[in-house]
Design a protein around this ligand. Structure first.
Ligand SMILES: [Zn+2]
Length: 285
């Protein structure tokens, strides 16, 4: 049998062929798919304002619970153990999650805002773009100019299918009291600039897309009402979703060569849904 490797010339994709008799046959695509986890866990004692409470039922507790449900003596399960499970008490905005337009206000672009169960999934699966703002001071505003500079640094022009991921580096402080204040936040002009290209999803590796709460409160204390959650409230006039509490954006090898996926849990009429955000990378073997 004769083997040939055929280079398709697209994103380093290789296909292996062999000749069986006089016939060419495709054997396999020699690409390897790598999935990078961009999510933080739902966990007890999480360093966020509304941390979840997770109650764990181990296998022996499972034997008691299922025994009760099925009228079975718990000791009759294999080794006296049945199925482990957990009960989670938490808000929809705990852990890595997607904010639906309903989160920002009851109306969006003059129509009733979409809740998370009705957000088109195409908005949350597609070409990813990482914009690096780790050089910004904690608490600082990311401006339209900053966004333009970050785009020109990576030689990218935004288009409608882009899922734009804002990298502040705050995820590295998860588990410490520094997590909330260490992020910079997206100013409303920067958000408007990104959305004008038809972008429907903006993510961030921090608690929220806007500046830290303490910084917004400081400006509010000086009489600036427009400082309160400006990028969130901009979602009343322009329809988009946010993915908050992303992590590990530094693990993505190229800022524009990956597929981003953050499909949310389908919670009835909710303002948000938890998601397992990932970057999907196609690599040569
Ligand atoms: Zn949220």
């Amino acid at each position: 049998m004769t083997w040939f490797i055929w280079h398709l010339g697209c994103r380093g994709r290789y296909t292996v062929y062999c000749i069986c008799g006089s016939e060419w046959r495709e054997i396999r695509v020699a690409n390897q798919r790598r999935i990078i986890d961009l999510s933080l866990p739902l966990e007890n004692y999480a360093t966020e304002p509304y941390p979840p409470t997770i109650t764990y039922f181990d296998h022996r507790a499972g034997a008691r619970r299922l025994g009760e449900l099925a009228k079975v003596d718990p000791s009759d399960f294999p080794e006296g153990m049945a199925l482990a499970s957990e009960a989670v008490q938490t808000g929809t905005h705990s852990g890595t999650h997607v904010d639906a337009p309903w989160h920002y206000g009851p109306l969006c672009e003059g129509r009733p805002s979409l809740t998370i169960d009705n957000v088109p999934l195409e908005w949350l699966f597609g070409h990813g773009v990482v914009l690096d703002f780790r050089h910004k001071e904690p608490g600082a505003e990311i401006t339209e100019r900053d966004v333009k500079e970050a785009l020109s640094k990576i030689g990218h022009e935004l288009s409608a299918d882009d899922k734009v991921l804002i990298q502040t580096g705050a995820d590295k402080y998860w588990g410490t009291r520094h997590y909330l204040p260490k992020q910079s936040g997206l100013g409303v002009e920067a958000t408007a600039f990104i959305l004008q290209w038809g972008v429907k999803a903006i993510g961030i590796d921090a608690w929220g897309v806007d500046r830290p709460v303490a910084k917004m409160a400081e400006s509010y204390g000086k009489g600036d009402l427009s400082a309160l959650w400006p990028s969130h409230f901009y979602g009343r006039s322009k329809e988009y979703v946010q993915i908050e509490k992303l992590a590990n954006l530094d693990m993505i090898p190229s800022p524009t060569e990956f597929v981003f996926s953050a499909l949310p849990v389908k919670i009835d009429k909710a303002s948000a849904g938890w998601c397992r955000a990932v970057a999907i990378i196609e690599e040569e073997t």
